[in-house]
Write a protein that binds this ligand. Sequence first.
Ligand code: MRU
Length: 360
Amino acid sequence: MSGTQADSASKRSLGTVAMKWHGDTLELLDQRLLPNEERWLSHGSALEVARSIREMVVRGAPAIGISAAYGVALAARGAGRDRWRQDIEAGINALAESRPTAVNLFWALNFMSDILAGCDTQANAIGRLAEGAIQIHEDDIKANLAMAGHALDIMDDKTPFSVLTHCNTGALATGGYGTALGVIRRLHEAGRLKRVFADETRPWLQGSRLTAWELMRDNIPVTLNADGAAGWILNQNEVKWVVVGADRITANGDVANKIGTYSLAVLARHHKVRFMVVAPSSTVDMSLASGKEIPIEEREGLELREIRGTAIAPEGVDVFNPVFDVTPASLIDAIVTERGVVHNPNMTGMKQMFGQPQRA
Ligand code: MRU
């Protein structure tokens, strides 16, 4: 996969993609610097990719999974001749340590481990693991395009309406097109979108730095708001749907997503605004019974105490910085994946769509 901007099958724009695979290196757009600077970083090993995932050069559940898969392909190329299998496994282990919440990472690493198990030479592993990573990347784009179609089918509003979204779920967070932002893209393409309210998404500012940037580049009408303004916006009756992505969805339909999603779901229910979660099936983790079992990443306090090196809080103040929360299934109207829609999600609906829960 190169960093193509157009889906060749449909000639649909995929948006600004954030990764380019060159066969022997992986280039990632450094999302820490956006929107001020567009700098691409080249990666030649699994350890470099693992570091970039941890430090959020690349972020967003599907993009993390795809990058990790390319990282495994790089591990195969860099492995020692006599210990190639152990070296690739060490790369997989390092990638698995990078971030804990998005299950797409572990899903992709399991997929790549299964391929590795069927390889009998290093040359074979180099070829097949690269093919596997490209397949994960291409399937993610296909899933995003399919989800947008399913989502529009259930948005029955007759006249153009506004939506509110949180974090960044666009081309930057996926293989291309986006999950929740893919739905928004498709609404715009269909002439059904009035405008998108984008939560700024404190503390890392995925909404203001990335979502606003992506949407403006594609001429999709976007209005940026502080996270604390969301309730008041929903109170005004213009927004018909809150549309968000996910990092992990458990067997009962609970959803882990960017911190602030839970508050938004509570607000949406209070204001009778419908709440949609859009994610590929690689985000579904049927091995966990409920959201209580999802590991929630906490990041360093500096993310709240400073913005780009400038202090915005008293030096040394104690900080609690969970970067994801869990929205209970009872607050969600629809979970949209490429396989279809689970309405009013619960264990029964999830099992019908994704099969029996399997303990890991
Ligand atoms: O910490 P991030 O930026 O990786 O968190 C991203 C999110 O929470 C997204 O909403 C989620 O991964 C879905 S991206 C299609």
